[in-house]
Design a protein around this ligand. Sequence first.
Ligand code: PEP
Ligand code: MN
Length: 334
Amino acid sequence: MAAQSTPEQIEEVVARLAEAGAQAHVTAGKEATIIGAIGERELLATLPLEGFPGVERVLPILKPYKLVSSEVSPEPTVIDVRDRKIGDGYFGLIAGPCTVEYREQTLSTAWTVKAAGATMLRGGAFKPRTSPYTFQGLGLDGLKILEEAREETGLPLVTELMDPRHVEAVVETADVIQIGARNMQNFLLLSEVGRAEKPVLLKRGPSASIEELLMAAEYVVKEGNARVILCERGIRTFERATRYTLDIGAIPVLKQETHLPVIVDPSHAAGRRDLVPALARAAVAAGADGIIVEAHPAPDEALCDGPQLIPTEEFGAFVDELRAFVTLMGKEIG
Ligand code: PEP
Ligand code: MN
């Protein structure tokens, strides 16, 4: 309460808090009076307290997320996808092209990343592109190619769902449904995948806070789908040397705040292939439960994200180096 607030105004706030089922603890001071309210955050949030006479500031102390919070469920979640595991000691190594371009490109990438030790295949059939004039993905034909790659290699598929109209097709094909950074706050889409029977890989929006990422995950879990993997993929800052700024600090914060597995996308964060190994190592060292990384047999000819793609012929060496760090962290590639 503001310094000039009157006893009547304080009483009024206390009365309204009591009506909302909260206990109010009043501490009177010289500069201000503090009313501590203990109760259901959602109920209290419906009270327009900021507008009450005499109120100076309203500060929420409780976390807004519940189901994803490690306070509510302290045990780390392990997500099992066709016997591949992510979380609590299992490190997920998801690799593949940015985009499914054609059959041979996707199949040869799948075989190489599998030989190197990847646990899942990534590849977009529906692509969120900044420019409407660039390749938008093969759509349903891309999903068919991915299915063939899974049949041949046995690798589970991670692929992006962009539009509620494609839910049926993507959910049918995908083993893990990717929600891209630009859709992190597409709440209808989040609720939709919350009702799906497949795990969800939720990427952090380029300008989303950690709390907003966790609230987006809450949307999915609230609908009944508890299998959510969070992904830090770089945020938008003033820095231009990298495509985005990989928020390494987000990893230990998320590991504290949530029981859900947390992975890192070093490819989109870096935007340049020479930086990808270092960012991947940093992710492992910071406690990530996996990475999702882009590879391609001929990056110079790629239709999307060429500069950041690891050539498949270098992929084995990339994984060998990373594996040593994973072992050092007491984890194993799941
Ligand atoms: C991707 O993984 O291919 C992708 C488009 O990533 P993001 O949504 O993080 O930009
Ligand atoms: Mn990409």
